[in-house]
Design a protein around this ligand. Structure first.
Ligand code: FNR
Length: 385
């Protein structure tokens, strides 16, 4: 293996190392994967307007997220089932994020529990929540996350049903039998018999499902609450004191509703292009959301962030920080904790360099004037009418 010089190189290594079913689960997007490609391409259409002759000998990338000081505006997105990538799974990710001085978001569908991740040592961690039909399960899960020291909930709102990921359908995606969704172990699941087996066994019993489908899609259809609405965002605030980030907002309308319903922040996300295909790239939707939030709550972004320049572009368009998904799982597959640490280091170094070459010494220096978007260019074109 030659020297790794950017985070994207981990994908090819992961593809070589992982069983096809696992790699496809991590890599794939929904249907035509138009949004998957667009999440990257939209970044490439944003150009810089760098400032020169500014003393950039000292650069401060630190920031504060929901009151927590972190070393850089680059955080770890929740990605499910990390032990499929590497035996250390979420433990490795938690350690790498803590060592980098940034936030890790743990998936509801992690293969390590909130308590196990907390036991890896200090670190600021958020818990990603899928809301189950059985609200007792939700209450217990949220309570456990809070007791384990998690600092915020990232409520995923773009998954009333699972998007069609055709590779997973073809592979009849299932979790390897030695792994379980650890957060559901030991919960009161007495009533949970609608699928004839426990929450944790869904993935190893594909033969129980009637539809020819990905095991995960069937699981979501059985367990996740499709009736989820804004009133549940209010309800969540009654069962926890943790602030709630609404993850999966793409429009100004929903931004205003998120503010009105007490969200502490918004994550502009299209779930890594795994849910509704043909939604815009998150970087294209960001400004609309930022404007609608009117500075009342912070707006974050995930989706397609692979370069320090991407981080800078997101911040210039108003994001308070970004989250990365696939680079974490691919580097985990390639090299465990060291791989995730390397991804966070490379993104950090590239971001620092971008700041220097744009004439910015702190995050506050990064402005809208440092980038030019496609719509800026269209607006600047003389009208032919
Ligand atoms: C995800 N994502 C996700 N989101 C969530 O809210 N809960 C989850 O359990 C998962 N699981 C998950 C697994 C895998 C393999 C991927 C790739 C993604 C979405 C994730 O949090 C984030 O929105 C995207 O991954 C961001 O896009 P990039 O960085 O992967 O392009």
């Amino acid at each position: 293996m030659g020297e790794i010089t950017n985070v994207m190189e981990y994908q090819a290594i992961a593809k070589q190392k992982l069983p096809k079913m696992a790699y496809d689960y991590y890599a794939s997007g929904a249907e035509d994967e138009w949004t998957l490609q667009e999440n990257r391409e939209a970044f490439s259409r944003i150009l810089f307007r760098p400032r020169i002759l500014i003393d950039v000998s000292k650069i401060d990338m630190t920031t504060t997220v929901l009151g927590f000081k972190i070393s850089m505006p680059i955080m770890v997105a929740p990605t499910a089932m990390q032990k499929m990538a590497h035996p250390d799974g979420e433990y490795a990710t938690a350690r790498a994020a803590a060592a980098a001085g940034t936030i890790m978001t743990l998936s509801s569908w992690a293969t390590s529990s909130v308590e196990e991740v907390a036991s890896t040592g200090p670190g600021i961690r958020f818990f990603q929540l899928y809301v189950y039909k059985d609200r007792k399960v939700v209450e217990q899960l949220v309570g456990r996350a809070e007791r384990a020291g998690f600092k915020a909930i990232a409520l995923t709102v773009d998954t009333p049903r699972l998007g069609r990921r055709e590779a997973d359908i073809k592979n009849r995606f299932v979790l390897p039998p030695h792994l379980t969704l650890k957060n559901f172990e030991g919960l009161d699941l007495g009533k949970w018999t609608s699928y004839g087996h426990s929450l944790m066994e869904f993935c190893v019993r594909p033969e129980h499902e009637q539809a020819a489908d990905s095991g995960l899609a069937s699981y979501v259809a059985g367990q996740v609450d499709r009736t989820l609405s804004w009133k549940d965002v209010k309800w969540l605030q009654t069962i926890t004191t943790m602030p709630i980030l609404v993850k999966g907002v793409l429009t100004a309308e929903d931004t205003r509703l998120a503010v009105a319903n007490g969200a502490a922040g918004i994550i502009v996300s299209n779930h890594g292009a795994r849910q509704l295909d043909y939604v815009p790239a998150t970087i294209s939707a960001l400004e609309e959301v930022v404007k609608a939030a009117r500075g009342q709550i912070p707006v974050f972004l995930d989706g397609g962030v692979r370069r320090g320049t991407d981080v800078f572009k997101a911040l210039a368009l108003g994001a308070a920080g970004v989250f990365v998904g696939r680079p974490v799982v691919f580097s985990l597959a390639a090299a465990g904790e060291a791989g995730v640490s390397n991804v966070l280091r490379m993104l950090r170094d590239e971001f620092e360099l971008t700041m220097a070459l744009s004439g910015c010494t702190s995050l506050a220096d990064i402005t809208r004037n440092h980038v030019i978007t496609e719509s800026d260019r269209l607006r600047a074109m003389p009208s032919r009418l």
